[in-house]
Design a binder for this molecule. Structure first.
Ligand code: MG
Length: 253
């Protein structure tokens, strides 16, 4: 079986290239640890999908917003980021049966600000988005990605089976630990990974994190003030991927 986007796993931990054609040597529905290869499938054609997600009761997803709270981000910029996150959440219908959000903040530590199963209280969710304090410190992005896989996108925190899973990372980049392997582990578990890189974030680091193709999953801005400009394009891209994943799940593909 051949696929355009496959990831080869070497030994126990190391990964090599993605985006090349590899022969699959494993079953895609196995636990990730049993895989030698992880195939993400071809980048889908999204021409027939309706992009508007706002107010759509048929759009279901568990979405993790993972926010860089490290000291390299100016407090004023962090405040702008909070406003951006609030606008992003308002673009979806939030409920137990539609879209659930989790808000996670990281530096060298990681903390859950809102769990998926606490996000149905929309007023509480918006209040947290407007006010959660920046933790400051280092930028251990890889550690944070592993945390999302192990502690956030899990049943006990409200993650649902057979519902598309999406992660949106917002960072100014320059991770102090390795990001590629933890990002690929998320992707191999079916998580659609997007990144918003602001103010000096390195494109190559961001491309290593996102699901393919990079041109619909990496969003780069020169400064935080411009964040609002990408909101329509970002929400549309997330919405399209959710619809595609729902279709795949429905048809058991
Ligand atoms: Mg930093």
């Amino acid at each position: 079986m051949y696929s355009e986007f496959c990831i080869k796993k070497q030994n126990d931990e190391k990964f090599v290239e993605k985006g090349t054609v590899f022969q699959q040597d494993g079953e895609s529905d196995k636990e990730f640890n049993d895989l030698k290869w992880c195939c993400l499938g071809k980048a889908p054609s999204l021409e027939n999908f309706e992009p508007e997600c706002s107010g759509r009761k048929d759009i279901k997803a568990d979405v993790v917003l993972i926010v860089d709270g490290s000291g390299s981000i100016h407090p004023e910029d962090f405040s702008i980021m909070r406003t951006f996150l609030e606008a992003l959440v308002r673009s979806f219908d939030v409920s137990r049966d539609t879209v659930q959000f989790s808000l996670v903040q990281f530096s060298e530590n990681v903390q859950i600000e809102v769990a998926l199963n606490s996000s149905h209280n929309i007023n509480g969710l918006l209040h947290t988005l407007q006010s959660f304090p920046q933790i400051g410190g280092g930028t251990w992005t890889g550690n944070a990605l592993s945390f999302v896989r192990q502690r956030v996108l899990v049943k006990s925190m409200g993650a649902r089976a057979n519902v598309p899973r999406v992660m949106v990372l917002i960072t100014d980049g320059e991770s102090q630990d390795e990001v590629k392997a933890p990002a690929l582990e998320l992707q191999c578990l079916g998580v659609e990974v997007f990144v918003v890189g602001v103010s000096g974030a390195m494109y190559t680091e961001l491309v290593a994190i996102v699901s393919p193709p990079a041109d619909t999953h990496v969003f780069i801005m020169n400064n935080f003030r411009d964040l609002q400009q990408i909101l329509p394009e970002l929400t549309e891209s997330i919405c399209l991927r959710i619809q595609y994943k729902q279709k795949m799940i429905k048809h058991n593909l």
